[in-house]
Write a protein that binds this ligand. Structure first.
Ligand SMILES: Nc1nc2c(ncn2[C@@H]2O[C@H](COP(=O)(O)OP(=O)(O)OP(=O)(O)O)[C@@H](O)[C@H]2O)c(=O)[nH]1
Length: 332
């Protein structure tokens, strides 16, 4: 090596040592041959101590199975392999201190595994290149989280926490379409608080809001996770009871009716009781679209209202469910 080449070599070594990227060279037995300054700083292991040692033994937390698969792939194909933080957040559990917030988090890493060929063309070593992409990853994750929160807000009714009308109607259309493919029973339950205007007028609007929140909480408590509940209007609610035929839907509706009629809502020293009227419509092939389905359930609900409130009616033909219990069960 002449003097010029020696200078070049020293510069290269300086660069490798100080570059803000992790560089590790391993042989076929996973023994470390090169460990640069970045790796020393973040791992706490000096190059002089780790050189010649097994990477796997020195770092028991490494994802060994994943690393071995990737390394063997690089040796076999003699071409680089890349893994982004989105596929696997990190190879080494290094802590990163974020410059702007001073907040410590585990470092997110992009990884490249590169085959190193000897002058005779053999591939007996691999270089692991490790990029600290923590800031980009945290930024992207934050954005994703903000987008999820925005989406949740855009489909949620502020007062009750149930789905808002727009999103719930979208679910109604999707369930209608799903039924065309699967024909599995699905029942729509619409209900409305009885004499809600009187509650507002007697106890005040904030008390009315408290009633709406409590009714929604009771509804959530009575439903299965798969049921889809939304606030349809002021004091009207819609629930899609999935995989539920008329008989089961009736049991759900009655349970809800009784639970609501048993509520005693305390608001600023006042005790409020209430009832609801319900309508059920099991989806049938004869219904031309989701709007038809909704009309059927709404008609059943208004039948309950006209018939004295605090009761359940099944659509087509409108039958109060008290009669169903007496043996007049009609399926739609
Ligand atoms: N507190 C409160 N009241 C609301 C809200 N949205 C709608 N309302 C009220 O709900 C009441 C609905 O009254 P009506 O449509 O006459 O129905 P109702 O008094 O429940 O009578 P029936 O449905 O026939 O039993 C109106 O007074 C609305 O102002 C809300 O978000 N909060």
């Amino acid at each position: 090596m002449n003097l010029m080449e020696l200078d070049d070599f020293h510069w290269l070594m300086d660069i490798l040592q100080t570059i803000d990227v992790g560089l590790v060279v391993i042989d076929r037995h996973y023994h470390v041959q090169l460990w640069n300054g970045f790796m020393e700083n973040h791992s706490g292991h000096l190059a002089s101590h780790i050189r010649g040692q097994s990477l796997i033994e020195q770092f028991p937390d490494l994802p060994e199975g994943w690393l071995r698969r990737k390394v063997e792939e690089v040796f076999a194909l003699r071409s680089p392999v890349f893994s982004s933080w989105e596929q696997r957040p990190r190879l080494f559990d290094f802590v990163s201190t974020r410059p702007f917030t001073g907040h410590s988090v585990l470092m997110y890493q992009n990884i490249t595994l590169m085959p190193l060929l000897s002058r005779s063309g053999n591939c007996d070593h691999i270089c692991i290149i490790l990029y600290d992409v923590t800031d980009a990853a945290i930024g992207k994750l934050g954005l994703q989280q903000a987008n999820q929160q925005l989406k949740a807000l855009s489909i949620t009714d502020r007062l009750t926490g149930l789905y808002n009308r727009g999103h719930w109607e979208e679910c109604l259309r999707l369930e209608y379409q799903r039924y065309q493919r699967t024909s599995s029973p699905v029942t729509l339950m619409m209900f409305d608080i009885d004499f809600f205007k009187k509650i507002n007028d007697t106890y005040g609007h904030p008390a009315g809001d408290a009633v709406l929140r409590r009714v929604s909480a009771t509804l959530r408590h009575e439903l299965r996770n798969t049921d889809i509940a939304g606030r349809y209007g002021g004091e009207e609610f819609g629930v899609l009871l999935l995989d539920t035929d008329t008989t089961t839907a009736h049991a759900v509706a009655e349970r809800l009716r009784i639970a609501i009629s048993n509520l005693l809502i305390e608001h600023e020293g006042q005790q409020i009781t209430l009832t609801i009227s319900l309508g059920l419509a099991c989806l049938a092939k004869s219904m031309a679209n989701a709007a038809d389905w909704l009309v059927e359930a709404d008609n059943a609900l208004y039948h309950s209202k006209r018939n004295g409130r605090n009761q359940v009616t099944l659509a087509r033909p409108a039958i109060p469910l008290r009669e169903m219990n007496a043996g007049h069960l009609t399926h739609c």
